[in-house]
Design a binder for this molecule. Sequence first.
Ligand code: URA
Length: 294
Amino acid sequence: MALHESVLEEFGLAPMWVRRAVATQADEPLQSMREDARDERRAEPEPPPSHEPTRASADVPAPPTFDAAPDDDFAWFDDRDAPAPEPVEARRDPPALPAIHTLDWDALAERVAGCEACRLCEKRTNTVFGVGDRGADWMLIGEAPGENEDRQGEPFVGQAGKLLDNMLRSLALARGTNVYIANVIKCRPPGNRNPQPDELARCEPYLKRQVSLVKPKLIVALGRFAAQSLLKTEASISSLRGRVHAYEGVPVIVTYHPAYLLRSLPDKAKAWADLCLARETWLANGGAPSKESK
Ligand code: URA
């Protein structure tokens, strides 16, 4: 077989008369597959008679008619066995997801990890769900992940986190021991910009559910943003400090954000006063110090 014919044959493009003329012993298995395919089609109704001139014999090659209707005896071009396209009206929206307030811990963590409810999902490396004792008395709530938190997927892991750990130690507490830490926003705002109101609205149900699952005896709001979003106010942090507020029935104490305290040493004393008020409030709300912390 000449090279150009064998190439045509390989791709099933040779007109039937060429293939018949050049069939050899070596081609037989291929030939018999084609014949099987033809036999199957023979069982189908005969097409209506054609007015094309008939070929006298398969051995008398007719000139190739490359603009003729394609010879359709190639099973791999035949889509009759392909599944029919789904009718448009049969397509359904994906099933609605269960409401966030009904989720358990694992389902909630999974929902947050896959959340695409706002634009913050586009630039994040990780969502930052929360960390610590899921049955804690104390819940500490910050603003949003920064660069380190975004990279590690855990809240307060940078310098501010170190200061926070020291503040907890001063109360005989530790991250993970009767303390749960979360943020109002679960994804890092690009460039640490302030979260936008719509981002806050999309994220709030996650924090609300975390609070209802932890059932803390006390919440400490860390910084202006956390305080204003939890308490739905625009009041300044200095006016919110020193009093007991409430979020979903849980007492809330407002204090400075640890990142701010890193830059403003004089306000550390005020933060210490806030933590003392937090401890009193916790005790008044049924908190019981562990033996080591008494
Ligand atoms: N600041 C926050 O408010 N939260 C973090 O997780 C880190 C920094």
